[in-house]
Design a protein around this ligand. Structure first.
Ligand SMILES: N[C@@H](CCC(=O)N[C@@H](CS)C(=O)NCC(=O)O)C(=O)O
Length: 360
């Protein structure tokens, strides 16, 4: 241990599993292979000799760029199920010469375990802070593994499920097979403003990590979790196209299709108590033009960027669904067989049925 090292971090987490189960997940090789890395990575290799003086070595691989990070150390104390201590040394990366020490205490509490971790010996505040962030993510994965709720014990989506953006985020979570809790907050409600500085829906929390803006949420979900990619894998043009359509939906189509059309039916603002006709009449020609662009983009394919579903399809499907529920939107869709077919394909996916909002 380096004498000059003076920085340390402490983390407290409550995990809904027994200390024994958590202890075993911390010390047994097959469990370590399943969780011991931050979100967005996987354990490519692990060897664990769980006895005092025994060694461990873990190879973590990034899903994003395939880069590998190798850490290893020696067990200093193994007192099942309460306490474990081991040294921690990266074979490469920003602090290759530092051997730090991890001490984890597990205390049974409220039907689960209070986990207290102390990680000491960092050479500087920067490496301590990056480990702090990494550990929170690693403990999310531990919780996924040992809590029967799985990732729903750490992942929460905040937003009314009728919202198109919230629906898009839920489609992404369903496509990736991520379990989560839904807090059906309304936009600008105090509880939504507490998590999203602009009060919009949705926002997402994964343990200590809070993300808002649907595109950012899906980016996190796509990289953090296993499951099929939501990003086109067929090359840079398909990736750029997906981004193009998402941006167009965010900047132009949501305004015409939802704000100035669908919401006029949900929240009628006309003088007669019905939908505001002049707002609808100004929106429909724009929606017509936008649908024509999407129709052309499909070009006979099932999805906007080709043969595989991508993030752009998750943004468009809720909009087209709502358009089809009201007369002008339904009539416009009649003109665009490519959009209708794309929508049928999306509606046939299990993620669609699993997230369809209850509209009454
Ligand atoms: N740019 C945001 C837009 C989210 C958004 O506008 N959501 C709507 C519900 S679909 C909302 O919160 N509306 C409330 C408002 O416009 O004040 C995102 O991508 O998440």
């Amino acid at each position: 241990m380096k004498e000059a090292a003076t920085f340390h971090l402490e983390i407290d987490r409550f995990i809904k599993a027994s200390p024994q189960k958590i202890f075993d997940a911390l010390t047994q090789e097959p469990s370590i292979k399943a969780w011991y890395c931050p979100r967005g990575m996987s354990v490519a290799e692990a060897s664990v000799e769980a006895k005092v003086g025994g060694k461990y070595r873990i190879v973590m691989a990034s899903r994003h760029d395939g880069s590998r990070h190798v850490v290893g150390g020696v067990f200093q104390a193994i007192e099942r199920p309460d306490f474990i201590a081991y040294t921690w040394r990266w074979e490469d990366g920003p602090m290759p010469d530092a051997t730090t020490l991890i001490e984890i205490r597990l205390t049974a509490k409220d039907g689960g375990t209070a986990l207290h971790m102390r990680h000491t010996g960092f050479p500087n505040a920067q490496s301590r802070d990056s480990h702090q962030h990494g550990w929170q993510s690693v403990f999310n994965r531990l919780s996924d593994l040992v809590d029967p709720e799985g990732s729903a014990s750490t992942v929460t989506l905040f937003g009314n499920p009728r919202s198109t953006y919230c629906w898009t985020a839920r489609l992404g979570l369903a496509e990736k097979g991520v379990k989560y809790r839904l807090e059906p907050n309304r936009p600008h409600a105090p509880e939504q403003l507490a998590i999203h500085p602009f009060g919009r829906v949705p926002a997402m929390r994964d343990g200590e990590t809070v993300i808002w803006e649907t595109r950012a949420i899906l980016d996190y979900v796509d990289e953090a979790f296993d499951g099929p990619s939501l990003t086109p894998t067929t090359g840079m043009i398909a990736r750029a196209r997906s981004e193009q359509w998402i941006s167009a939906i965010n900047c132009y189509c949501y305004d015409a299709m939802v704000r100035r059309y669908v919401l006029q039916y949900f929240f009628p603002g006309g003088a007669d108590g019905g939908p505001n006709r002049s707002v609808i009449d100004s929106a429909t020609p724009e929606i017509d033009k936008q649908l024509a662009l999407f129709d052309k983009a499909y070009g006979g394919a099932d999805y906007l960027t080709g043969a595989s579903m991508a993030m752009a399809d998750l943004f468009l499907a809720p909009l087209v669904f709502y358009l089809g529920r009201f007369p002008e939107g339904k009539a416009l869709l009649e003109k665009y067989p490519g959009v209708r077919r794309g929508q049928e394909v999306m509606q046939a996916r299990p993620s669609f049925a699993a997230t369809l909002p209850k509209l009454g």
